[in-house]
Design a protein around this ligand. Structure first.
Ligand SMILES: [Zn+2]
Ligand SMILES: [Zn+2]
Length: 373
């Protein structure tokens, strides 16, 4: 094997001075053209892999610069030869997912920074209305003092003595088939060709440091307990120019004293005494984010009935219609009665006799089950 290989620019059909935008456009066009789901030609899969591998390098300014300088050896990782990078990918699913999510490489070249996690606890009112939350957290950022070089004052770094500034180590090997040149990235300077001689004080030569940052996080209306928000690129900066990780914000919602939430519905439990249930009544029902609404209950309210107040629930987190407020009636049988009340009820009991079970009893329970399961 040798280090000769197809030129990445010609794989994408772009000139060496093509802009990042042109590289991206060429990649999209070719990836669509050769995607194995669409293109049944025999070499489509190989072409597709090559196009992806070329984009992998040329879409990343740092990798592209290394490729321009060192060729394939500069971007294949330590010990790699030629285009071994082509084989380093997962299945097509992986490649295409990355393409459509626009996250780029996670396999080769500079490692992305770590993802960070934070938790925001809200009241139900806040989950319903949404809000702008200011989050303060620590993350790793590129050091501004040395412009992430690690060298004090971002001064020019001396040539790496290990590889003599080449960024790669070449070893000539003999084999049955003749002489081979084994090219590996220099482990000391990691292909950079230069090393830190005077470490930056701010980052101790690391090129990055830990800082406290404040970020405004837009929490959309309708988030629920356990919802996770992804804030792209607000995690740690990657080492050596790698892309930043993401910040994941987990939402927690405190239980509410009055309302229970089931998906986009809010549930309000309304207690009624047996007289109110029998005669019907007008009641004021509180809402989560506005004036109370009046609910007219007709005579003969049963225990466990659900009355729907449209549009007073929780907005759907992806926009669109708002859920309902479900008023669940609880007919409360008195347990402590005065003498006068007992006498009234005794008369009533005689007058009413033994009731039949209401016809719609089953459907009431059915509705409750579907509303609360
Ligand atoms: Zn520094
Ligand atoms: Zn070196």
């Amino acid at each position: 094997m040798t280090t000769e290989s197809a030129d990445l620019y010609s794989v994408l059909g772009v000139p060496r001075d093509a802009s990042q935008d042109d590289v991206k456009k060429a990649f999209r066009r070719l990836a669509m053209e050769y995607h194995p789901d669409r293109n049944k030609a025999e070499d489509a899969e190989t072409k597709f892999k090559q196009v992806n591998a070329a984009y992998e390098v040329l879409s990343d300014p740092e990798k592209r610069a290394r490729y321009d300088r060192f060729g394939a050896a500069g971007v294949g990782g330590a010990g790699s030869q030629g285009f071994q990078g082509f084989e380093g990918f997962g299945g097509f699913g992986d490649i295409f997912d990355a393409f459509f999510r626009g996250t780029g490489s996670r396999r080769a070249g500079p490692q992305p920074g770590a993802d960070l996690h934070a938790t925001v606890t809200l009241d139900l009112e806040e989950a319903v209305s949404g809000l702008e939350h200011t989050l303060t957290y620590e993350r790793v950022e590129r050091c501004p003092d040395c412009r992430a070089t690690g060298q004090a004052g971002a001064a020019t770094k001396p040539t790496c003595p290990e590889c003599d500034g080449q960024g790669e180590l070449r070893r000539v090997q003999q084999s049955l088939f003749g002489q081979f040149v084994n090219v590996a990235m220099c482990p000391r300077c990691r292909g950079e060709g230069a090393i830190v001689s005077d470490p930056c004080k701010n980052c101790r030569g690391q090129g990055q440091h830990r800082v406290k940052v404040e970020r405004g996080v837009k929490v959309p209306a309708g988030v629920d307990d356990g919802t996770q928000l992804r804030i792209t690129g607000e995690g740690d900066h990657g080492p050596r120019g790698g892309p930043a990780g993401n910040l994941y914000v987990e939402i927690k919602v405190r239980p509410h004293e009055v309302f229970k939430r089931v998906d986009d519905a809010l549930i309000y439990d309304l207690p009624l005494n047996i007289a109110q249930a029998s005669l019907g009544t007008d009641v004021e029902i509180p809402t989560i984010d506005g004036a109370p609404v009046e609910l007219k209950l007709k005579p003969g309210v049963q225990h466990g009935q659900v009355h729907v107040v449209r549009g007073k629930g929780v907005p759907h987190v992806r926009g669109g219609a708002r859920g309902d407020l479900l008023v669940r009636t609880h007919v409360v049988t008195p347990t402590k009665l005065s003498k006068a009340q007992k006498e009234l009820l005794a008369k009533l009991a005689e007058s009413l006799g033994t009731p039949d079970i209401p016809d719609d009893d089953g459907s009431v329970f059915g509705r409750i089950r579907s509303a609360f399961s």
